[in-house]
Design a binder for this molecule. Structure first.
Ligand code: NAP
Length: 241
């Protein structure tokens, strides 16, 4: 693979994950994509359209499946993974009183446990290669958003892990960062009712939603700046809850 760097992205078949994949692919990186959505994955790979993209259909809850994908990607990328972007997620809402045990489990498993276990597996590889960056995606909901008990708990969880991992892994040259987006224009927000979308946009100090590319450039900033670690970057148009 020569000097080509490698990024592994979960949820790469859509929205933010796709924008990050395109950003790095355009800059010559080897891109590994994982997603539960096969057609979305295929579309992202087609958009990249060169030989340096490798896509895997898996559910982040299925450890054996992504372990296999990670191994295959690592072999294809020449044994290196420079960045892992823990991005797959679902915005499963519901208040404290409404949430069923199944919903709580599903939301925490996808948004929190999947990211935790994947970082652990990639972290071991990064220790062996003496460097790398792990990036978790959270949300402004990490501060506690009414009607989003599950999601807020999961996103607070992935945020809390960032400084822990950064401190534990710094000695191996590994940095860990998190990004907490506000409202970003993706399929996730496109599914909101127009009235809700308008009301929501009116409440954003910058009066617009963010673009997936603005998350991609934040991932690039994190990679490029060797002295940032253990922190969250809010990309929310000043909306922070
Ligand atoms: P998106 O367009 O829905 O993309 C998420 C991708 O992850 C989808 O392709 C989805 O597949 C996939 N996915 C869902 N569950 C999965 C699983 N169990 N295993 C593997 N892949 C799975 O969402 P997005 O807006 O780009 O969001 C990406 C991340 O940013 C999420 O973690 C989200 O919580 C976070 N975020 C987004 C916003 C926003 O405004 N968009 C704001 C704050 C934080 P399916 O489509 O088949 O479900």
């Amino acid at each position: 693979m020569g000097d080509r760097k490698a990024i592994f992205i979960t949820g790469g078949g859509s929205g933010i994950g796709r924008a990050v994949a395109l950003h790095f692919a355009e800059r010559g990186w080897f891109v590994g994509l994982g997603d539960i959505d096969k057609s979305g994955l295929h579309e992202t790979a087609e958009l990249i359209g060169n030989g340096f993209v490798y896509s895997h259909v898996f559910d982040v809850r299925d450890r054996a499946a992504w372990d296999e994908a990670l191994e295959a990607f690592s072999v294809a990328s020449g044994g290196r993974i420079d960045v892992v972007f823990n991005n797959a997620g679902i915005p499963l809402g519901g208040s404290l009183i409404e949430n069923s045990p199944e919903e709580i489990e599903r939301c925490l498993d996808i948004n929190l446990k999947g990211a935790f276990l994947l970082a652990q597996a990639v972290g071991r590889r990064m220790i062996a290669q003496a460097g790398g960056s792990i990036i978790n995606i959270a949300s402004i909901s990490r501060a506690g958003n009414m009607g989003q008990s599950n999601y807020s708990a999961a996103k607070a969880g992935v945020s809390a892990l960032v400084p822990v991992w950064a401190k534990e892994l710094a000695r191996y040259g590994i940095r860990c960062m998190g990004i907490a987006p506000g409202f970003i224009e993706t399929e996730m927000t496109a599914s909101m009712k127009p009235e809700a979308l308008e009301k929501m946009t009116a409440g954003i100090p910058l009066k617009r939603m963010g673009k997936p590319e603005e998350i991609a450039s934040t991932v690039a900033f994190i990679f490029e700046n060797d002295y940032v670690s253990g922190r969250m970057i809010e990309v929310d148009g000043a909306l922070r809850l």
